[in-house]
Design a protein around this ligand. Sequence first.
Ligand code: FAD
Length: 408
Amino acid sequence: MRSVAIVGGGPAGLMAAEAAAEGGAKVDVYDAMPSVGRKFLLAGKGGLNLTHGEPLERFLERYGPRRAELDPLLRAFGPDALRAWAQGLGFDTFAGSSGRVFPADMKAAPLLRAWLNRLRAAGVRFHVRHRWNGWGDAGALRFATPRGERTARANAAVLALGGGSWPQLGSDGAWTSLLEQRGVDVAPLRPSNCGFDIGWSPYFRGRFAGEPVKTVVASFADREGRKYRQSGEFIVTEHGIEGGLVYALSAPLRDHIAGAGPATLQLDLVPDRGADRLVRELAHPQGRRSMASHMQSRAGLKGVKVGLLREIVPAQDFADPARLVSAIKSLPLKLVAARPLAEAISSAGGVAFEALDEHLMIRSLPGVFCAGEMLDWEAPTGGYLLTACFATGRAAGAGAIAWLKNQN
Ligand SMILES: Cc1cc2nc3c(=O)[nH]c(=O)nc-3n(C[C@H](O)[C@H](O)[C@H](O)COP(=O)(O)OP(=O)(O)OC[C@H]3O[C@@H](n4cnc5c(N)ncnc54)[C@H](O)[C@@H]3O)c2cc1C
């Protein structure tokens, strides 16, 4: 019986293990941590967003420049297949009003437990506290374990080592140098779906850090003049901003900052009212009311939104309705840096698709496949991350089986 070693027990590695076991291989899963699937469990904390229910063409566009490479893999195991797979494990899914798809109970832990039971029943063996350290003599996999170094041989291997975000959960990106030493092309890991630094005043930070800014529209133009627009919410943090709206724009913002320095995000704080109407409203005499209650009653602005205006707009502009409205409709937020990779939801960068064949095997390392977030693609939040991890995991596991068959 041919053996497949899976290194990394996140969603991509576990899916590769399942595909390899279905293909008849003896499968061993190795993970550096005391248990597998830690980031998957964290993803379930706020509701496990497994995938998205939008039409497949729109879904595929979310992978931007890597759509072409992921397209066949996502067509082979995409959103519908993933929902059917979850159902096969005993977990119905539903699409929320935004189209995001969740298990009915929203949780990751029961699904992971059922999945691990099924994998064990299929003969998959798990070796935790096994940190992969590269290859030893004659291609054996080297692991650091609590009992010292151990080597393992397998006929094929799938690396599914994750990106570099939340390293405390196991994926620390240390594998990049191991592959680079073997001549594999790896794009540097960068934060994706990340927050940004702004450098608030001590007053603003102390007063508003942690506050959500609801229902705004943010716009941004990059160096090439490409325009981005996103409506939604974000959160003020100690350092700057984070949250759904910011994550959705994080790739072009990050790239702009890396290439050209600070990026300016224009915020429309009151997207449901036109500028003319706001000017008319705010031109009404203030009377004895404070500026704060004038802005609340005339423009519907209060709390953190007024705080943002006070933080950024010169005091004298508050007396000029036209200037004030121009700031309300287009408040410039200067983003100076992306937050570190360790804090991001996911990673950009990783093993270049050009280094892989269509089954995700590293061309220069026959029999070694890669899957999941360690590949060089990125996507927004919304279930796109997990779906591509599952799809690439499945492709790599099945690819290993197909390759082993060809070796005979
Ligand atoms: C807070 C948060 C919420 C998220 N929510 C969602 C969501 O709702 N929907 C969604 O689609 N995505 C979500 N994601 C992203 C998603 O969790 C990841 O994209 C996904 O887990 C990546 O899967 P993976 O298998 O490629 O890597 P990982 O899940 O990171 O697994 C990699 C595994 O490899 C192991 N490993 C790493 N290095 C070594 C080594 N040298 N030796 C041995 N083992 C090693 C790690 O311990 C880990 O178990 C979220 C991420 C975060 C941080």
